[in-house]
Design a protein around this ligand. Structure first.
Ligand code: FA5
Length: 365
């Protein structure tokens, strides 16, 4: 009898301890702030060295009759606690996402941050503008090499080797093998396009070649790399008035209706007759006199030199396999940088600024 009472009270004691542990687990789970805290509790209570496992070991002191009852209860507590931890983890996980969603909310309708935007270099803008102006009168932009044979750059243009006229084109020669067309040069002018275009044998020729040119020069009006645009028109019965009309049209379209051009006699080996092209000064209106009655500082006498022109020399036509008795033509070559500097409102007093990559300058255009 005494023994039964003793066993009963031991069982009761064990069951109370299990119930108390259950409550403790519930309280602790309630207080857990995050998932890692819950995982710690799981180890603390249900792990191999946890509090519930320790209690289960004590069950061995119970009699075989009552042990299953206590064992079943311990097991039930374990299962319920596992479920509780899972449930809590789910709740805390959801809360984490909610607070993340709050913190990292993106309003897709908000205006974006504009990335810094560049623009085309002013020379590229000028190339496009000039191409368009000439397109309107039927001239099509051609592309010819910027590293070319001596034949195209000089010899076919009526400038045989060692001719003194070549000195003006202070040329860079390539360190490359020579061919029957001579040495290779960095094109010192766009006129290398003339014979290349004639060789195509399609008439009328109405070409505009805009390309880089290279000369060993550098000062306030010269850069070692610059651009020229070369016009070539070859057909039957082409005269100087066609040349004059074309240049006039370009000057008015590019610089404005008030500007005029002037052809001054000159000498080029590849044109006959040859001219220098001047444009009336935009600062003094072609008078040579500034507003304060002093000499215009930009032009000094009302005109500014922009390029060369002339009627294509018969020898050049022949070099391009064109019969000079049947065909005639004109050509002109202007410096792009200088032309751009003469635009109304431009106050560029050193040509080299165009290629210094100075953002303070470039941003203005
Ligand atoms: C020539 O280069 C001739 N090929 C032009 C030509 C073509 C004449 C067709 C007749 C028929 P010139 O050496 O004068 O000509 O150069 C023409 C223009 O190129 C100059 O007026 C100038 O505007 C520009 N230029 C020449 N050298 C430089 C340089 N180093 N830097 C910037 N612009 C230059």
């Amino acid at each position: 009898m005494t023994a039964i009472i003793l066993f009963d009270s031991l069982l009761g004691y064990m069951l109370d301890k299990l119930k108390a542990l259950k409550k403790e687990i519930e309280k602790a789970a309630d207080k857990a702030k995050d998932i890692s805290g819950l995982e710690q509790l799981e180890i603390e209570y249900l792990g191999r060295k946890g509090k519930l496992t320790a209690l289960l070991k004590d069950l061995s002191s119970l009699s075989k009759d009552v042990r299953p009852k206590a064992g079943a209860m311990a097991n039930q507590i374990k299962q319920e606690s596992l479920k509780l931890f899972e449930l809590k983890k789910g709740e805390l996980g959801g809360a984490v996402f909610e607070s993340l969603a709050d913190k990292e909310r993106e309003d897709v309708t908000e205006p974006g941050i504009r990335p810094p935007q560049g623009h085309l270099h002013i020379m590229t803008q000028a190339i496009r503008e000039i191409t368009e102006i000439f397109n309107k009168i039927g001239f099509v932009r051609a592309r010819y090499p910027e590293v070319d044979w001596d034949w195209y750059a000089f010899e076919s243009l009526n400038m045989p080797p060692d001719h003194p006229a070549r000195d003006e084109w202070e040329t860079f020669f390539m360190d490359a093998p020579t061919s029957k067309k001579g040495k290779m040069v960095l094109t010192p002018h766009t006129s290398n396009a003339q014979v290349r275009e004639l060789e195509r044998g399609e008439f009328p020729v109405r070409m505009i070649n805009i390309a880089k040119c290279y000369r060993r020069q550098s000062d306030i009006t010269h850069v070692p790399m610059f651009h020229q645009f070369e016009g070539l028109y070859v057909d039957k019965d082409v005269s100087i008035s066609h040349l004059r009309g074309t240049l006039d049209y370009f000057a008015k379209a590019f610089f404005g209706p008030d500007r005029a051009i002037r052809l001054r006699p000159h000498h080029f080996r590849f044109t006959e007759p040859s001219f220098e092209i001047d444009i009336s000064c935009g600062v003094c209106g072609g008078t040579g006199v500034a507003a304060d009655k002093t000499k215009c500082r930009v032009c000094k006498q009302g005109w500014l030199e922009l390029g060369g022109a002339g009627m294509v020399h018969p020898n050049v036509l022949k070099a391009g396999k064109v019969d000079p008795k049947k065909y005639s033509g004109f050509a002109f070559g202007w410096g792009l940088e200088r032309t751009y500097m003469m635009k109304e409102g431009m106050k560029i007093d050193d040509i080299r600024i165009l290629y210094k990559n100075d953002m303070r300058f470039l941003k203005q255009f």
